[in-house]
Design a protein around this ligand. Structure first.
Ligand code: NAG
Ligand code: NAG
Ligand code: NAG
Length: 188
């Protein structure tokens, strides 16, 4: 009796399996086609980041600190808001290619370690209007730092990659700095 019932149900099972296969088929195809996003691209960007914290018109300003920040050798607890210029070459007068908007803050007690939460907004050529999001620790005292690129917009939609940063020039008295960037991103 149980065997007969099972046999009667068999066509239903078969139909169910076929339906599942048919339903899964387009998904599989779309997956192979990167969900319809088009081909994956690799882009390298090279630019200079100008962080000016002194003078009459600084590009990065102190917005918060802990009572102990100024006694900390690494300025632990300091939070800065930045609208830093990105240029093609190292000179401040070099061609503007974008701006880095966002926050960085001292998140390390042992050495200078800046947690970066910034949107790099490009304004030049094909990248005009496109952005990359940097999120990670910038061990600013090291010669070369590596920071994650966690996303992007415009031509950089679905971006992921890394930014290598190297201090090109720094005034240790004022804190002003120019930083060279090499960014490598995969996007669609
Ligand atoms: C970038 O795009 C904006 C808005 O579309 C436009 O006003 C501006 O002139 C463009 N800049 C460059 C350098 O192409
Ligand atoms: C960026 O790449 C250039 C060319 O390979 C190299 O000379 C420079 O040192 C690199 N800078 C950084 C910060 O990686
Ligand atoms: C470094 O910064 C100090 C303080 O703002 C300034 O007096 C000095 O001229 C700067 N040095 C250079 C080389 O820009």
């Amino acid at each position: 009796m149980a065997k007969l019932a099972l046999l009667q149900l068999l066509p239903i099972f078969v139909t169910a399996v076929v339906v599942v296969l048919v339903a899964a088929a387009p998904d599989h195809k779309e997956h192979l086609n990167h969900n319809g996003l088009g081909p994956e691209r690799l882009t390298h960007l090279h630019f200079y980041f100008h962080d000016s914290v002194s003078g009459k018109n600084p590009s990065a300003i102190r917005v918060a600190a802990a009572p102990t920040t100024d006694h900390s050798p690494s300025l632990f607890g300091l939070v800065m808001m930045a609208d830093d210029l990105l240029t093609q070459g190292p000179e401040p007068t070099s061609k503007l290619v974008g701006r880095a908007h966002g926050l960085y803050g001292s998140a390390s007690k042992e050495e200078l370690g800046l947690i970066m939460a910034m949107s790099y907004c490009f304004t030049d050529g094909v990248y005009n209007g496109s952005t990359l999001s940097v999120m990670g620790l910038n061990s600013a005292a090291h010669p070369v730092r590596e920071m994650p690129i966690v996303g992007g917009t415009g031509v950089f939609r679905f971006a992921r990659g890394v930014a290598l940063a190297k201090t090109y020039w720094v005034n240790f008295t004022s804190g002003d700095a120019i930083v060279e960037y090499n960014v490598t991103v995969v996007h669609y």
